[in-house]
Ligand binder design. Sequence first.
Ligand code: NAD
Length: 507
Amino acid sequence: MSFTELRQHDRDRWHALAGRAVEKPETRHFIDGDWVDSVDGGRFETVNPATGEVIAAVSAGTVKDIDRAVASAMAAFQSGAWSKMAPRRRMKVMYGFADLVAEHAEELAVLESLDMGKPIRDVINVDLPLVCETIRFMAECIDKVDGSVTNTASDVLHMVLREPLGVVGAITPWNFPMLMAAWKFAPALAAGNSVVLKPAEQSSLTSARLAELFVRAGGPAGVFNVVNGIGEVAGQALALHNDVAKISFTGSTAVGKLMLQYAGQSNMKHVGLECGGKSPHLFLSDLPDMSAAVKAAYGGVFDNMGEVCAAGSRLLVERPIYDEFIERFTAESQGVYVPGDPLDPGTKMGPLVTKADQQRVLGMIETGRSEGARLVFGGDAPEALEPGAYVNPTLFADVDNRMCIAQQEIFGPVASVIPFDSVDEALAIANDTIYGLAAGLWTRDIDKAFKLVRGLQSGVVWVNTFDNADFTQPFGGYKQSGNARDKCIDSYKSYTQTKSAWVKLSG
Ligand code: NAD
């Protein structure tokens, strides 16, 4: 069924599909081309955050399951069945894989929405199409990203070969479960590596299905394995494993720092980190289009329930337009992000991922109040949706950048408006954070725009737009937002290593 057809499903249809999906969801690991239970038989529950109901008990991986998966991945890598497959054959499998994901979009979408509360419209319109495109983009790199022959003296031939790393361990978050996984497994697989993926425990139901589809597309068994489990157990075992050549991590900054430690404690593996953010979104008084800017401002912080690493959660607004901006943000965002049933295609805001996250975000809102920020709207949970883990969209104004709500990643639908009086002041406030993932700015003045582009300490800067890009964009952070770049050709290259072959020629 095509994405266009899926967009025609109504709420009843999605609920009927959800009913079927929870009857007997696949909850095991996918190792060596097969569905397997944990060696120790352990399980943990996964809960639908929209209702509080338990969906299923998922196999809980331990060090034994990680060992098994890494051994399978290593054997597959060494066999050369994938790592040495002719490039265009490997491309064909990857394209077939993308097509199979699209064919199974209906069942994958419903599982993703049930498991983490993501609005079904987002899974169908954003996550899944982008998963397919990520696989295709990385497939295109397979015979396009070359090694090189360098300019040397005439009695030398120097070739720089590009080779896969071996076994790549991927550890992923729950906010875009399939997409963040694809940003890792697609370049890693395309470059000829084997993969062991450990998805977030809050959203385990879809990743292993993707690995199965890879095998159904012709990928050799053992090349793509998924072990479900708790971060401190299965994730740690993967990151500490001596046969893992690279750990590719997306998640919080605190856990990202642990990855560097695990690498140091084990085999000095490569570590690619995509971590947290507290993105500044700047609105200068000469901005070209107030309606577009306000829409980008509330979309940039309320989309995906604010559970977005790049969310524009700090809105820096120049004093002359400060009051108008807050009034228009308040008026124009009303009714757009109304918490509701994620399986209703009309819903743009589902619950947060867990009840604990709801309580944490409500706690941060309380902190904002007690710090003296002015609550403009929201600040509570919609009672009618209890026991779902919902939080109403929330706007604070008159925020000082030193407040906790301006410094800490809230990862919920909470925006803070901070006034500024000059470009230099805006830059100082924007950069006053441990994070540096993304930033946005709105101005008509090209000189101001470039001063800000150059001055902002962040891996991504959007000008007169926000959270907008294609696959050519290197996505990743400065400072404690991480060191990796996803999506682009550099991402593909980061799953390879160069080998210099220096050949002395006679005569
Ligand atoms: P998290 O750090 O709690 O968990 C991420 C993953 O790490 C999960 O799979 C978890 O099981 C695992 N993990 C946890 N503790 C571990 C340990 N001790 N050893 C090994 N693995 C461990 O993050 P989260 O709550 O799942 O995701 C939200 C975070 O992810 C936010 O900070 C967000 O900004 C970040 N994020 C960043 C990007 C990016 O591209 N920069 C994208 C999406 C999310």
